[in-house]
Design a protein around this ligand. Sequence first.
Ligand SMILES: *[C@@H]1O[C@H](CO)[C@@H](O)[C@H](O)[C@H]1NC(C)=O
Ligand SMILES: *[C@@H]1O[C@H](CO)[C@@H](O)[C@H](O)[C@H]1NC(C)=O
Ligand SMILES: *[C@@H]1O[C@H](CO)[C@@H](O)[C@H](O)[C@H]1NC(C)=O
Length: 229
Amino acid sequence: MAASTIITLKLSSFFSLLLLLSISGVSSHSHQNALRGTIPPTCKRLECPTFDAIEMGDGYEIRHYNNSTVWMSTSSIQDISLVQATRTGFRSLFDYIQGKNNWEQKIEMTAPVITEVSASKSSFVVSFLVPKENQANPPPAKGLHVQRWKNVYVAAREFGGYANDSNVAVETAALRASIAGTDWSGAIDKSHRDGHVYTVAQYNDPLEYDNRVNEIWLLFEMETERHAI
Ligand SMILES: *[C@@H]1O[C@H](CO)[C@@H](O)[C@H](O)[C@H]1NC(C)=O
Ligand SMILES: *[C@@H]1O[C@H](CO)[C@@H](O)[C@H](O)[C@H]1NC(C)=O
Ligand SMILES: *[C@@H]1O[C@H](CO)[C@@H](O)[C@H](O)[C@H]1NC(C)=O
């Protein structure tokens, strides 16, 4: 093979790599890091939950969310697919914020939309973060209920692109692996005695192509409170 051909091949695979990276919405700074310590771009436009960062670990981040975290949640959705279940749940939550609630009240969009996955039961609960303004008195709606977090710890891992059933499984396994053997694993295992429960947080609208941010969350409780770093 002539040297020029090799160079052309090398260049073309370099460009297809770039193309691939841009197609999958992966930006070089965000994807490889399992955690960022900075806020997702969406949260510059929309209200997102506040939390205290407790530890930036290797492949995970530990956070503490207090009682200013309130969700409007669907009832349990039976489906074989996270993507389908999230779509179904999001539709009711979107109607809800557009005014399809008992008070015909419109509510501002927030981020993220979270899907709690109970893998052993193939069931999903999809939730919308209630803006602070509405937390004291969120309008009720048929089929939806309020969940107020009290003192919730989360082990989080970030990933880019569109969340789907296979990458969510891969990222959840990676998060569990990165936590194994840390100080947190006891408390996390204890809160997950019933097995395969985890939460997928998606920060972007499905039509937003670039800079997509998703996280896997493992929720847990601590007997003694831990403080922010
Ligand atoms: C909840 O935590 C956030 C972030 O640390 C803080 O700004 C807020 O004041 C806290 N709210 C309450 C009610 O403790
Ligand atoms: C939230 O917690 C703070 C103290 O941590 C307390 O003063 C406040 O009443 C709580 N709010 C609700 C809605 O439970
Ligand atoms: C899921 O997303 C990954 C990238 O994170 C992609 O490689 C894979 O093809 C997607 N799978 C499906 C079924 O869309």
